[in-house]
Design a protein around this ligand. Structure first.
Ligand SMILES: [Zn+2]
Ligand SMILES: [Zn+2]
Length: 338
């Protein structure tokens, strides 16, 4: 089968790998869609090559099931994958947060296990959840990391129609934050330095867009909220300045959630957290049961998830796909398979 690896220094490569087969407790998926996620770019840009196949947003159909699979799974089922494996039995794993297993974890497509930028992927059968019929494979792939991450950050803050949410960063995760917050009933202020991404944000429902290269975002957010500030904010960029601004843009009693991975930032906790009575959340993707909840949300709300997907590629176009995604002007990019 084909599988995409990184050679280091911004070079993707399609290599041949043996087809995987399911041993006890395993499943093989025939990949139907695999998403490109912002965190892939950290390894794409790094100097070292990847040994494992990339792609941590798998979505497809079950091709093979090894002995011991849960009875609710059948060959041909449409599934998403909670793309981690911990020990499977500790408290965190039992909660469905296998990424937080104290014994360590395998991340499929994240460097320690083969990923979904391939014709097939081998994963533990317990990592699979059904993809609702109403959702396409590409939507399932997006939910499996990027969109789910944004949604879960907003969910932790209990976003509703009472909120004005500032979403910092309008890459695939931030755009998902914009369309999800909108579907939760909030008013959205989208912040990004890339005009194309701000345009997408507006198309996905942002009431206001702010480019920090043109306007101070904190002042702009205060102006747009009658001087009060946003009631909630979501940080998806990982940028140190944005990591400060998601706090300074908040009204008293505001909530903020960090999901963007990036460089350390200096926070004035007295001024920006204590004396404004702010609640700060951190969120790292989602649990397996939250993955089901997120898919249900998009079925029930019909939020325009597919509209944030701007580029679709075949696996043979992997080199071009990563070059384009690395340019940081696109919405979501996905590989689709026939
Ligand atoms: Zn564990
Ligand atoms: Zn990701």
């Amino acid at each position: 089968m084909r599988g995409v690896t990184f050679k280091g220094n911004r070079e993707a490569e399609i290599q041949e790998f043996p087809d995987p087969h399911a041993g006890p407790g395993d499943a093989v998926l025939r990949v139907r869609a695999s998403g490109l996620c912002g965190s892939d770019l950290h390894r794409y840009r790094a100097g070292d090559p990847t040994v494992m196949i990339t792609g941590h947003e798998p979505c497809g159909v079950i091709e093979e099931l090894g002995p011991g699979a849960p009875p609710g799974l059948n060959l041909g089922d449409r599934v998403m994958c909670h793309h981690y494996a911990g020990c499977g039995v500790c408290r965190n794993c039992a909660m469905g947060y296998e990424q937080l297993c104290p014994q360590g974890r395998v991340t499929y497509g994240g460097g320690t296990g083969h990923g979904a930028n391939a014709d097939f992927i081998l994963v533990p059968s317990r990592s699979l959840v059904h993809l609702p019929d109403e959702l396409s494979f590409e939507e399932g792939a997006a939910i499996s990391c990027g969109t789910g991450t944004a949604w879960n950050g907003l969910s932790k803050m209990d976003i509703s129609g009472k909120d004005t949410v500032a979403v910092f960063g309008q890459g695939p995760v931030g755009l998902s934050g914009t369309l999800s917050a909108k579907a939760m009933g909030a008013r959205v202020i989208a912040v990004d330095v890339v005009p194309e991404r701000l345009e997408l944000a507006r198309d996905l429902g942002a009431e206001y867009v702010i480019n920090p290269l043109e306007t101070d975002p904190v002042e702009a957010i205060r102006d747009l909220t009658g001087g009060a500030g946003a009631t909630a904010s979501l940080e998806t960029s990982g940028n140190p300045t944005a990591r400060q601004q998601v706090l300074t843009c908040l009204a008293p009693f505001g909530r903020c959630c960090y999901v963007g991975v990036g460089a350390p930032a200096e926070i004035d906790f007295s001024r920006d957290v204590i004396f404004k009575v702010i609640t700060i959340y951190g969120s790292w993707t989602f649990s397996k049961s939250e993955l089901i909840e997120i898919a249900d949300f998009f079925v029930q709300t019909g939020a325009p998830l597919s509209r944030h997907i701007t580029h679709r590629y075949t696996l043979d176009q992997a080199v071009e796909a990563f070059q384009t995604f690395d340019g940081a002007t696109t919405g979501k990019c996905v590989f689709l398979f026939d």
